[in-house]
Design a protein around this ligand. Sequence first.
Ligand SMILES: [Zn+2]
Length: 360
Amino acid sequence: MGRLLVVLLLAGSIAAADRKTKNVILVTADGLRRQEIFTGIDPMLMREKAAGMDKAPGEALRRKLWAETPEQRRERLLPFLWRRLAPRGVVLGNVEKGSAVTVTNRFRKSYPGYSEILTCRAQDDRIRNNDAIQNPHPTVLEYARLSWNLERTGVALFASWDVFRVIGENQPGTVFINAGYQSAAGTPRLEELSRLQLDALSPWNEVRHDYVTAEMAFEHLRKYKPRVLYLSLGETDDWAHDKRYDRTLQAAQYFDRTLERLWQTLQSMDEYRDRTTLLISADHGRGSQLSDWFDHGAQINGAEHIWMAALGPDTPPQGEATNTATVHQRDISATLLDLLGLDWRAFCEDQGKPVALIAP
Ligand SMILES: [Zn+2]
């Protein structure tokens, strides 16, 4: 063994031993734009009839969310993210302040984005749209479960969108997945939610309400105490596609309230308190014009821009990141593995790398 390799191995094991993070909770909000994350309610859309903002709910939302500065507006829309998480963690992706987070894949669609998040690389052209084909590459969820030889419930994915049944793993059955209109069992609450999702249908066949997804994830967290939990919310994307900016904003508010409850729950449990990192991001951006704010894809300008946030015992308090090197979507699973002290290089090869602002 060469001396350099010995030094590198020692450095790696010391860094891993220093980590306080023992669990990671990953949360994504589908297609939630960086515009809303960093500047709150959009003045271009907030009175727009074509965006569903001309009727009474729109007026009430404007009164509630409007303020003079972008910093005030984003705090009104996402109070947990900006008042609680940011001061103790970090939020990346405000292009106006010199911090960019971009997707590496050229498709700017959901499955390519989620696969980039979960496999540490932009996929080749096999994953170019949202067709429900089994993920051709092992995911970070599978890698974590197999590295630690955990029970299947020890690495869990709850998603509103049903295609996650094939996005989440390369070998079916490796990790615990509950996605779309799918029932869950094991506790009375899980059985209640399994019935409720069919009594309170969303407008979409492939996406159930985020409420059901989040409540199931909370219940799984309390019962099985997974080391890695991925909560994937979907309504921020579907309401935007339906050109309902009012509901898109309300889905973003639900996302923020869910983060707050999640963090409170984690800090109330011995298994998670002060040893859990929350990683948050999105699968793609969207357009910034009246003609394309609801859409995304290879042809939509700006849809490559996403954002990222983290809160946990290994992430220094930095607030809003400014003037940083560009970070990529494929870096998320490298960051997750590095925080957990797992060998991210073996999984990521020469693709994604840990984000230094999150896992220094
Ligand atoms: Zn999406």
